[in-house]
Design a protein around this ligand. Structure first.
Ligand code: AP5
Length: 217
């Protein structure tokens, strides 16, 4: 099964995609994680992407389309995968459809995570991420045992550059302008499911399982 998770920044896509991997071994491709890893490793891709990401802008389409094409062609994705953060606009959605069609595949479901903007600002400003393993915490909703160290690997927890208040506002504006049109795109293809992502991570996981198995909402 090929699944697209989309929704505004902070709506919990990454949290649920990681859960699908740890609980159901469904591969998770996050363009945000791939780009952050390239930045951490100081690769040319990372150097090119950093300023876009720090400012909350989208990285150029051709860069992320090439990243996804390379990963989906690898053997680990042959039984299906979950995309988190891609596609992010209509051009990327068409590129994905074309890329999959050439390989005799297609997107099966696109799941929209719905959360109002005011909740997202609270979530993003309280998020803390492990520099090493990428585990995610939240100061109020998913607190780590220690304020500065990751529960899973003990390395440092940081606040992402793009989780500053001014950058969050820009990311939300870009979401509404560029990513929200995907709702109509996937509805027309009869692949859209949506879920109330204001609920707890456990409740959202149940809703996501249902969205992947059942008829359309
Ligand atoms: P990316 O990393 O994809 O960021 P995003 O889409 O903005 O999403 P986030 O990671 O901020 O949020 P999320 O929905 O995954 O929520 P999370 O689970 O973390 O992209 C970053 C940047 O990379 C982009 O701005 C762009 O520059 C570039 N980029 C990436 N893909 C691109 C593309 N395709 N094209 C161009 N550029 C691209 O949860 C957030 C917080 O809430 C956490 O603290 C979590 O613990 C907490 N939380 C999660 N679920 C719940 C819940 N149910 N209740 C309460 N708290 C919760």
């Amino acid at each position: 099964m090929i699944v697209v998770l989309f929704g505004p920044p902070g709506s919990g896509k990454g949290t649920q995609a990681k859960k699908l991997w740890s609980e159901k071994q469904i591969h998770h491709l996050s363009t945000g994680d791939m780009l952050r890893s390239a930045i951490q490793n100081g690769t040319p891709l990372g150097q090119a992407a950093k300023s876009f990401m720090d400012q909350g802008s989208l990285v150029p389409d051709d860069v992320v389309i090439d990243l996804i094409a390379e990963k989906t062609d690898s053997g680990i994705c042959k039984d299906g995968f979950v995309l988190d953060g891609f596609p992010r606009n209509i051009l990327q959605a068409h590129a994905l459809d074309l890329m999959l069609k050439k390989r005799g595949r297609s997107v099966d479901r696109a799941v929209l995570f719905e959360v109002p903007d005011e909740d997202l600002i609270r979530r993003l400003s309280g998020r803390r991420t492990c520099v090493s393993c990428g585990a995610m915490f939240h100061l109020d909703h998913v607190p780590s045992k220690s304020a500065s160290a990751c529960d899973q690997c003990g390395k440092a927890l940081i606040q992402r550059e793009d989780d500053r208040a001014d950058v969050i506002q820009k990311r939300l504006a870009i979401y509404h302008q560029q990513t929200e049109p995907l709702v109509a795109f996937y509805r027309q293809q009869d692949k859209l499911r949506s879920l109330d992502a204001r609920k707890s991570p456990e409740e959202v996981a149940v809703a996501l399982s249902e969205a992947l198995c059942t008829g359309k909402k």
